[in-house]
Ligand binder design. Sequence first.
Ligand code: NCD
Length: 300
Amino acid sequence: MVIAVGELATSQVEHIFKIAESFKDNPSHFRDRMLGKILALLFFEPSTRTYFSFAAAMQRLGGSILGFNGGQGTSLEKGESLEDTVRMMASYADGLVVRHKDVGLCQQLQTLIDKPLINGGEGTGEHPTQALIDLFTLRQHYPDHPITVGLLGDLKHSRSIHSLVRLGSRFGMNFKGYAPPGFALPDEDIAFLEKNGSRYQAFNTFPPYAEDLKNLDALYVNRLQKERLGTDHPPAAYFDVPLVTLDFARNIPEKCIVLDPLPRINTTDPAFDHDPRAAYFTQARNAVAVRAALILENLS
Ligand code: NCD
């Protein structure tokens, strides 16, 4: 079961990364490991990377998948309850990945079923498997020293960021925040970082000045989470144009890699893709190896 990053022991994270590295180096070695097993993907919110990288990982391990992407095609449309839908799927599969808009739902669903459930992204709450991919990617670039990660964009509603700060602080990361007014990192995330010995510094000018970005090892950018805004949300015009343009990139330190959980909706300008600091497609590719490791750990 993987519901929140806080439940993963540091030794488990290290173990998952070891398996992911070895999957990356030698995928054929793993091709029968899930033979005869089924992973159910229950995505009540649409997904490209999370859904399909879990699907690819399971199939590369020799297993198969069933499920839906976006909630269509089940008796939910006839009015069947979510709980019954999940119970049914648990009886057909060996493990489940659930994505839903309601925070706390995965925990509640896990109590109804006897198969391991993996949180595939829960509203504005957590996205633990994405944070593992992000940390894995960061560690491949910076194997041994504690790093400073800048967070740019909608920090308030980003579940990827909420999980990343919690996981990263355990590995000695410090963070700097760059958000437009109304989109700052929630106080509870900042309190968590402080309590766990990570430094957090918020910058109020948006977009940030060059000097605000100095000493960053990585910049993690996330789009405006439009679907999570209430009716009284603050003006979001800052997100009408890409945040990381070629001009902006001149202010990013030379060694600083740029990550993005994607999709990029006005996060990075495609013109930046050829820059050696652009690491978001590598990050997206790492998803298969990390999720393969998670499947092996949970369904074996
Ligand atoms: C993220 C998500 O769904 O939370 N995407 C992903 O899983 N790779 C980030 C986002 O949608 O902005």
